[in-house]
Design a protein around this ligand. Sequence first.
Ligand SMILES: Cc1cc2nc3c(=O)[nH]c(=O)nc-3n(C[C@H](O)[C@H](O)[C@H](O)COP(=O)(O)OP(=O)(O)OC[C@H]3O[C@@H](n4cnc5c(N)ncnc54)[C@H](O)[C@@H]3O)c2cc1C
Length: 363
Amino acid sequence: MSDVYAEPTTGADPTDPATLARYTTLRLGGPAGRLEIATSADEIVRRVREAEAREQAVLLLAGGSNVVIGDQGFPGTVVLIRSRGLRVVAEDADTVTVRVEAGEPWDDLVAATVERGWSGLECLSGIPGSAGATPIQNVGAYGQEVAETIVAVEAYDRTEGKVVRIAAADCGFAYRGSVFKYSDRWVVLSVDFRLTRSPLSGPVRYAELARALGVEVGDRVPLADARATVRRLRAGKGMVLDAQDPDTWSVGSFFTNPVLEREAYELLRERAADLGEPPSWPCPGDTVKVSAAWLIDKAGFGKGYTGPEGVAISTKHTLALTNHTGTASTAALVALAREIRDGVQTRFGVTLHPEPVLINCTI
Ligand SMILES: Cc1cc2nc3c(=O)[nH]c(=O)nc-3n(C[C@H](O)[C@H](O)[C@H](O)COP(=O)(O)OP(=O)(O)OC[C@H]3O[C@@H](n4cnc5c(N)ncnc54)[C@H](O)[C@@H]3O)c2cc1C
């Protein structure tokens, strides 16, 4: 069973200063102007339209695992997405297309696909949050990303006022990005994933995962083995939610891996000459992706580094910033993020960018 996100408390006062902290994995975020719960696609659309009729801003919140919400909260309407369900909408001898409601807990979906022998999501095991949020930043891990299996997204288009089907080719999927990220226009209602009927995973692409599985990169392994091994590796890094483990009270990676033009990459190598070769991966267009975790660590911010009010770098992973005590403020968290970003900039001349969506706060 996965770590299912918080269910709303009925009758609670949304203007309570601790309201949104209850619905974020960082346990941070101030009050809401209004808090609505939507348990179906129709209800999500209705709640959004009602807020628009009241001329209120809307914040869609599902698992709260990729948002940093300011201490002053969100003065408009927060719609908690809690729709559930999945069904097969197309199939042939080799593939199955499954339509998943936006609020379906992501890891429950992955577990169900692995159980049924549908290959394509197994390396994304253990990622918190909802299925509907996965297209937002093209969720990825261990060499897999949802752009590879999403065929279409059904969304409410707030500009046109109607429900539309957006083909994957029009989603603008990129490394931790899409047309949906930082856009108020789209409300994802369901996502169609096309998966392969196979008891085996896709070729394992990630060296660390291959090593842990005892296979070569490019080999395939039973789906259940891939899932179990990914979850084990993730848990060791504090990357599976655990109410008992404050290292997981985070948004996962706080910064994306910077993608540098060749010239900037060569400059980085010069500035890092005394530290050895920066871990990097070649990318399209003669660009190079560099490990943000390495840059942060080598700039002097190691695991366990603490900032104001006890916010900290996870003791298990350099990229995760945690509200370790559970009592800090968003102001403290963003102050730590700023210190790290500025430290990396000064040491290496590389600018780190936050991966989560920042709401009423900035670094
Ligand atoms: C411990 C940990 C590990 C993580 N590991 C990974 C990882 O390996 N790879 C990875 O990619 N991410 C990772 N994440 C980040 C996060 O889990 C994913 O981005 C996840 O998809 C967010 O889902 P959510 O439902 O929690 O979204 P939320 O945090 O609720 O929302 C995120 C953003 O999406 C918007 N949104 C949410 N639902 C909808 C919708 N239906 N329609 C339109 N907009 C919507 C929100 O308004 C917000 O802007 C990790 C986070 C944590 C805490």
